[in-house]
Design a protein around this ligand. Structure first.
Ligand SMILES: [Fe+2]
Length: 316
């Protein structure tokens, strides 16, 4: 008989609980350290350049947290009542630890979609800046509620946001809203009952077109904004990328946006460093509250997006 216990026998999860619609999972620090030791030889450069190593991180997650961990996470994402996981890994010594953790988790769910930087993950660092080039980098304005994924070959089923660092960062909470709690959904859905299917994309002249064309065919996504199937509400909404053709369509988009931003059921979640949120992108919208002004502000989030291949047979 082997003296080595399988890692899953060491109670790798300290606590799992549902708070509101969010399922919180808190791995033990022993389990997190075991994972980091097992993957210590894998560098961030390896993960950027050698695709198979990403799945090795997922395999080592299974070794520590049990073979079923990926199925458990997928079941929460697919559960309409929650569809949101907060995984708390706690603060680690350096960023490369977070990259291995985030990679292991994402590759348990499904292969991530390349994001605009061309990699399978991206890191957004917000610092004090009064005139940033991108809306997402503007610390002092609300980043409006939206879903991720725009183009036809970018069908985001889940997204991950992991907090890597935070300094002088008051405010800036993630704002989250589940469609079941969106009181205006029914009224707005009836307004849209003529079945308008909106194109989602970018005009070719837009300066962001070249950036996105590196990771997408740029074929426009086509979708209703609000949809309801079998009693389950769904949304696809991102103000920067919906292309209305008429004043009436633009007015409808404006009405949806105003209702989303003012919905009293919005949750503001102060994600700790070392924690990640994974959201079902069809039933949750997300955004960010403004930060309090501070010249020393610095906050980094790692982001990943993915789709479930069994849901998108059209995808290569
Ligand atoms: Fe987003």
């Amino acid at each position: 008989m082997s003296l080595a216990l399988p890692m899953a026998a060491c109670h790798p999860v300290l606590r799992e609980e549902r708070v509101g619609r969010i399922r919180h999972i808190r791995p033990t620090s022993e389990a997190v350290q075991a994972f980091l030791q097992r993957t210590a030889a894998i560098t961030t450069d390896d993960l950027r350049r050698i695709p198979y190593k990403r799945f090795i991180c997922a395999r080592e997650m299974q070794a520590v947290f049990g073979e079923d961990i990926g199925n458990r996470l997928r079941a929460i994402i697919d559960d309409y009542e929650t569809g949101c996981i907060a995984l708390h890994f706690a603060e680690q010594e350096n960023q490369k630890d977070y990259v291995r953790i985030a990679t292991g988790i994402s590759h348990l769910l499904s292969k991530p979609i390349p994001e605009p930087s061309g990699g399978y993950f991206g890191i957004t660092t917000v610092v004090h800046d009064d005139a940033p080039a991108l809306k997402i980098l503007d610390p002092y304005r609300t980043f409006s509620m939206h879903t991720d994924g725009v183009f036809a070959d970018n069908p985001v089923d889940w997204l991950m946001m992991m907090k890597l660092e935070e300094e002088n960062a008051a405010g800036g909470e993630s704002r989250l809203l589940h469609m079941a709690d969106f009181d205006d959904f029914g009224r707005l859905h009836r307004l849209e009952e003529n079945g308008t299917v909106f194109p989602f994309g970018l005009d070719e002249k837009d300066r962001r077109y070249d950036i996105f064309s590196k990771v997408s065919s740029m074929e426009k996504g086509r979708s209703r904004i609000l949809d309801e199937r079998n009693g389950r509400r769904r949304i696809k909404f991102v103000d920067q990328f919906i292309l209305p053709a008429t004043i009436a369509e633009a007015t409808f988009i404006e009405t949806v946006q105003a209702a989303l931003e003012s919905c009293p059921a919005i949750i503001e979640d102060p994600l700790p460093v070392g924690s990640m949120l994974i959201l079902n992108n069809a039933v949750w919208v997300h955004g960010r509250a403004p930060f309090a002004r501070n010249t020393g502000l610095r906050r980094s989030l790692l982001r990943q997006y993915g789709f479930f291949p069994d849901r998108h047979p059209e995808m290569p």
